[in-house]
Write a protein that binds this ligand. Structure first.
Ligand SMILES: C[S@@+](CC[C@H](N)C(=O)[O-])C[C@H]1O[C@@H](n2cnc3c(N)ncnc32)[C@H](O)[C@@H]1O
Length: 321
């Protein structure tokens, strides 16, 4: 056990390390390390070690930890004190009520991104689309959290997740199988929308949108642990939106494209998308801005409608793997 792990738990004599004691001492250790919300993180880490839901811990404060469990928990606390996010330590993150595996190649999904899920589900209802005939494209899928959540929520829908990172796609594929929707998902290594074929009703994307110069100023939990390729949106943060805009009418000839944006980027992305789609002769039929639970403008949604682009069946050119 390393020096930094030793002082976490102070067991006196024959006193057993119980859940209650571990939570109190671990929370204090994380607070000393300057971690915000140390109690919630401590509950998650302890629940992870004991493989129980966090809520169950509160009803079992007297449960004793074995020596191996105490050692593992001490090492988790030491890692969290060094600013590694609890989800990275545990290797999984809950998103829209489901558990997703993470790897160093994937972004740790954020609660804010659930805004895109809500908006997409609202649009399916509004457009009266039959979920069983729906085709969804997720650009920069990472863990697959957006595509797979929509496939779980929309029985029968099919979809493609793309990413420039083959290692991220491996994680997404595993998550698809764990969630029981692997048969309805396909995966494609692709750079932006290049090589993406077929027509989709809904495009969702949470592209990298942090300005390159801002990355080093992000919290250590983000800049030291999320992959740079998942964060870096280029000089002004808008590189990938610009690259996607001209291709959106081709892959979504009649439907909605929903793009997550940084808290101050909604107007800029709305312009980039309107100009990019206009440049290829597609008028945006409608543009909406979606807000996250805190009321921030975090999603730009555009409805495409262009009679010159007939809806092609998926797989009309090279099919995703
Ligand atoms: C902000 S993360 C979003 C991941 C996931 N969709 C989520 O919301 O948690 C951006 C993702 O885009 C991928 N990416 C970065 N550049 C890309 C590009 N040029 N083409 C396709 N994907 C890209 C990254 O590998 C990463 O998985």
């Amino acid at each position: 056990m390393s020096e930094s792990e030793k002082p976490t738990f102070r067991e006196a004599g024959s006193t057993k390390l119980t859940v209650g004691l571990a939570l109190r001492q671990g929370t204090a250790a994380l607070a000393r390390a300057g971690i915000e919300g140390p109690d919630a993180d401590m509950r998650r880490l302890t629940a992870g070690v004991l493989d129980v839901p966090p809520a169950k811990l509160l009803s079992e404060p007297e449960r004793a930890l074995s020596k191996a469990e105490a050692r593992q928990l001490a090492s988790y606390i030491a890692r969290r004190a060094r600013r590694e996010p609890a989800a990275r330590i545990l290797g999984r993150r809950d998103f829209y009520g489901r558990s997703f595996l993470l790897s160093p190649a994937t972004l740790d999904p954020r609660g804010d991104t659930e805004t895109l899920v809500e908006m997409a589900l609202d649009m399916v209802k509004e457009e009266r689309w039959d979920p069983a005939k729906l085709r969804i494209l997720d650009v920069g899928t990472g863990t697959g959290c957006l595509l797979l959540t929509l496939l779980c929520e929309l029985p029968g829908a099919t979809g493609t997740g793309t990413d420039i990172s083959p290692a991220a796609l491996l994680v997404a594929r595993t998550n698809a199988d764990r969630l029981g929707v692997g048969q309805r998902a396909s995966w494609l290594t692709a750079d932006a929308l290049e090589t993406v074929c077929g027509a989709f009703h809904i495009l969702v994307s949470n592209p990298p949108y942090v300005r390159t110069a801002d990355i080093a100023r992000l919290d250590p939990e983000v800049c030291n642990f999320d992959p740079a390729i998942a964060l870096d949106g280029g000089l002004d943060g808008l590189t990938l939106y610009r690259r996607m805009a001209r291709e959106i009418p081709r892959v979504v000839p009649e439907g909605w494209a929903l793009l997550e944006v940084g808290f101050d980027q909604a107007d800029a992305v709305a312009s980039v998308v309107s100009e990019g789609t206009a440049a290829v002769g597609c008028r945006v039929a409608e543009l909406r801005i979606g807000r996250d639970v805190a009321g921030r403008r975090r999603c730009v949604a555009v409805k495409t409608r262009d009679g010159t682009h007939a809806q092609k069946p998926l797989g009309s050119c090279s099919s995703p793997g």
